[in-house]
Design a protein around this ligand. Structure first.
Ligand code: CO
Length: 221
């Protein structure tokens, strides 16, 4: 494991050598531009790196990571990444990938203070409130935490579905599909949660943006 800054720089040179041995024109190819088919929204956790765990080469996945893979509608950093990925790169799939044993989820489950971080964790606590009945019914803390991880991923898929420019793309019959995945730290495997969407009909009606045409048809008061 890398311990010093020098380890990372040495690691970089070793990586370049390895990749050039396998694919001599690898960097010339990448320099020409990127056209990834996937946007990854994952946790910042050092153990869940998007490209390594999917065995994907650089150029494959556009990535945004934060604590507990959250989609917060006032996060202009995340929204800019999503906008660029969807509208410019035209990615076909957005993957929200959480992981069991997530520290952010554990922290949100507790009543401890984490200083500035509490302002981020409150968004995770909001997910708990939505699913309080189901989560409070667990007697086993581990099972409750695992289910919370899954429900949080599902809610972030919902949060992405609420983004107006994504809904606009769907109305035009365009990508993306939005997927919810969960990664297991104990065996390295990803599970598809089966919550894939490419329309907004699973959302409460208040989150569904209507076509401009429909709005015009509304009777005037
Ligand atoms: Co995490």
């Amino acid at each position: 494991m890398a311990e010093t800054i020098n380890d990372l720089l040495k690691g970089n040179r070793a990586w370049v050598k390895d990749i050039k041995d396998k694919i001599p024109d690898f960097f010339e190819q990448l320099e020409a531009g990127q056209s990834p088919k996937f946007l990854w929204i994952g946790c910042s956790d050092s153990r869940v790196p998007a490209t390594e765990i999917t065995n994907a080469v650089p150029g494959s996945i556009f990535v945004q990571r934060n604590i507990a893979n959250m989609v917060v509608h006032t996060d202009s950093n995340l929204l800019s990444v999503v906008y660029y990925a969807v509208m410019v790169l035209k990615v076909k799939h957005i993957i929200v990938c959480g992981h069991y044993g997530c520290g952010g989820i554990q922290a949100a489950l507790s009543n401890k203070r984490y200083g500035f971080l509490d302002n981020w964790l409150v968004h995770i606590k909001d997910v708990y409130r939505i699913h309080k009945d189901e989560l409070d019914a667990f007697e086993d803390d581990g099972l409750r935490s695992d289910r919370f991880v899954e429900l949080n991923i599902q809610e972030q898929v919902n949060n992405l579905s609420m983004v107006s420019f994504i809904q606009e793309q769907w109305e035009k019959g365009e990508f993306p599909y939005i997927h919810g995945w969960v990664y297991s730290l104990n065996n390295g495997l990803i599970k598809d949660l089966g919550v894939t969407v490419n329309d907004f009909h699973h959302l409460d009606e208040v989150y569904q943006y209507k076509k401009k045409k429909d709005l015009n048809e509304k009777p005037k008061p």
